[in-house]
Design a protein around this ligand. Sequence first.
Ligand SMILES: *Cc1c(COP(=O)(O)O)cnc(C)c1O
Length: 228
Amino acid sequence: MKVAENLIHISQQISNACHKVNRTPTEVRLIAVTKYVSIDRANETLEAGIINLGENRDDGLLKKWEVLGDKPIWHFIGTLQTRKVKNIIDKVEYIHSLDRISLAEEINKRAVKRMKCLVQVNVSQEESKHGLAPEAVLDFIKDLRPYENISIEGLMTMAPFTDDEEQLRTCFRKLRELRDQIKNCNLEYAPCTELSMGMSNDFEIAIEEGATMVRIGTALVGVAGEEE
Ligand SMILES: *Cc1c(COP(=O)(O)O)cnc(C)c1O
């Protein structure tokens, strides 16, 4: 399927989910996750009118960046090793996976402008997932005050791997409540308005629970080898 065709369907789903809870679709930023697909496919995604692209590895991002440059707004959504920060810092607009002070320190040191970060939270507390435990997030963000080149734009999570709708909903709702709690602290360096949650299988529920950024790969651009 062409990206443009998938986009028609997904835009409709986004709009329906918004409608259900009295939100407007413009509140939801669609990030196309291009990690599985070719540069050509990423370019097709841009041509379909999607300007936010997400990659989860530094080498994948660099390869596409060499060709597409600053045409997309790049989101780094994967686990970020401290030593890889310097490779991506001047190319991405958002880092969705801030989860430790040592990483904040490196981002702060290397940043070419105030870096927009989201704190990754392991809401479901699965061992296989990265991110801070929910109860650790507020203290972590308070500890970021000295890092002048970091702005905490919001929180990010990956939901548990399940199709149990209630379990997904509970996870997204917890992240929203945590986001609200931090937002209400009115920290100058942590406006914390964004909620990055929802992927191919669960983005509609995430939107109903307040997502402002959804990260969609498979359903939008497909996976390698199945792009057509
Ligand atoms: C791969 C990935 C996605 C997209 O997953 P799909 O199920 O293909 O939509 C979203 N977020 C992160 C962090 C990812 O690594």
